[in-house]
Design a protein around this ligand. Structure first.
Ligand code: G3H
Ligand code: 13P
Ligand code: ZN
Length: 335
């Protein structure tokens, strides 16, 4: 058993308390490799933002769970060294399991030093979701690890779970779910979804440049949830904006992304000022990384040193994370 406290992580309790009071959201960025974690730490330290490093079970399979644990530990040490060198304050960092689907997976993450876990029982019937979430909370809280649950089903793909039938969160169920399970935060479904195709073209209108404009998020449901359970921490998954600029660079350099559409940043900005204290972003990083790599290979087809093409990808990621912290989530300066 490795305690996250020994590694230097914090759980999300204090982070969310401050975010709720300050009307901003803490970024939750996924990582699978070294360049992503370097970019997240660099951007969040330089913009003085708290951050949640997210690991999905797909990431665990890809990068190896042991290596991931040491990457997380390395991120803390890198942050401390860079903070000293640059004369900056250290930032709080949580290590979080994204979309945990079993008790055993959550337990294994707690044991290996995660400070926060998500148990996503949203695809189960309500009572099974309650039972599973409660079991994870009981174990995690013994180790002062915070737990995120989910009610309502997002459209799109969550790891191996394909949510074909999305359903908005029912505000009537929220109080009961939170009371019965004891979760510290709740992911809700109000129209966001995972990936780069969040809406079908026929659900959108188009502006004069042909850019798809999606229907707005269901802020009425969010407001109703806030009324039901005032001051409780809400989480938004699937919050990438899928920038048309990144998609254009990808497609101009040999890519084939079709009908991509995300959540406009002004809507995430609005949500971040509400009870939404954690915003999950993964796809935007994937897109900017791919754009930089594709452009590099088009411009310099003879390059074969990974540092030559992953270096610019890392620079693009740093810019994007800083932009999210400073101009969308409001977390910059809140470390
Ligand atoms: O929720 C989905 C995240 O973007 C993680 O994606 O399961 O492909 O690692 P992944
Ligand atoms: P995006 O696919 O919109 O980046 O969402 C990521 C997410 O919710 C991770 O849990
Ligand atoms: Zn998610």
């Amino acid at each position: 058993m490795t305690s996250y406290k020994e590694l230097g992580f914090v759980n999300t309790r204090e982070m969310f308390k401050k975010a709720m009071a300050g009307k901003y959201a803490v970024p939750a960025y996924n990582f699978n490799n070294m360049e992503q974690i370097q970019a997240i730490i660099t951007a969040c330290l330089e913009s003085q933002s708290p951050v949640i490093l997210q690991v999905s079970s797909g990431a665990r399979k890809y990068a190896d769970q042991t290596l991931l644990k040491y990457m997380g530990q390395g991120a803390i040490e890198m942050m401390r060294t860079h903070a000293k060198e640059k004369g900056l304050k250290e930032i709080p960092i949580a290590l979080h399991l994204d979309h945990g689907d079993t008790f055993e997976l959550c337990k294994s993450c707690v044991e290996s030093g995660f400070s926060s876990v998500m148990i996503d029982g949203s695809h189960h019937p309500y009572d099974k979701n309650v039972e599973l979430t409660k079991q994870v909370v009981a174990y995690a809280h013994q180790h002062d690890v915070t737990v995120e649950g989910e009610l309502g089903i997002l459209a799109g793909i969550e790891d191996d779970v394909v949510a074909e039938k999305s359903s908005y969160t029912n505000p009537e169920e929220v109080v009961d779910f939170v009371q019965k399970t004891g979760v510290d935060s709740l992911a809700i479904s109000i129209g966001t979804s995972h990936g780069a195709n969040k809406f079908k073209p026929e659900q959108c209108t188009q502006n004069e440049d042909g850019v798809y404009i999606p229907p707005p998020l269901r802020f009425d449901i969010l407001e109703e949830i806030e009324k039901q359970i005032p001051g409780f921490t809400i989480v938004l998954h699937g919050s990438s904006s899928v920038p048309v600029e990144a998609v254009k660079i990808i497609n101009d350099n040999g890519g084939a992304l079709k009908d991509s559409v995300g959540i406009p940043e002004e809507q995430i900005r609005t949500a971040a000022q509400s009870a939404v204290c954690k915003v999950n972003i993964d796809s935007d990083g994937r897109l900017w990384m791919t754009a930089a790599v594709r452009k590099h290979f088009n411009d310099k087809p003879a390059d074969f040193d990974p540092r030559k093409y992953l270096g610019p990808a890392r620079v693009a990621l740093i810019e994007m994370y800083k932009h999210k912290n400073e101009s969308v989530l409001g977390s910059a300066g809140q470390a």
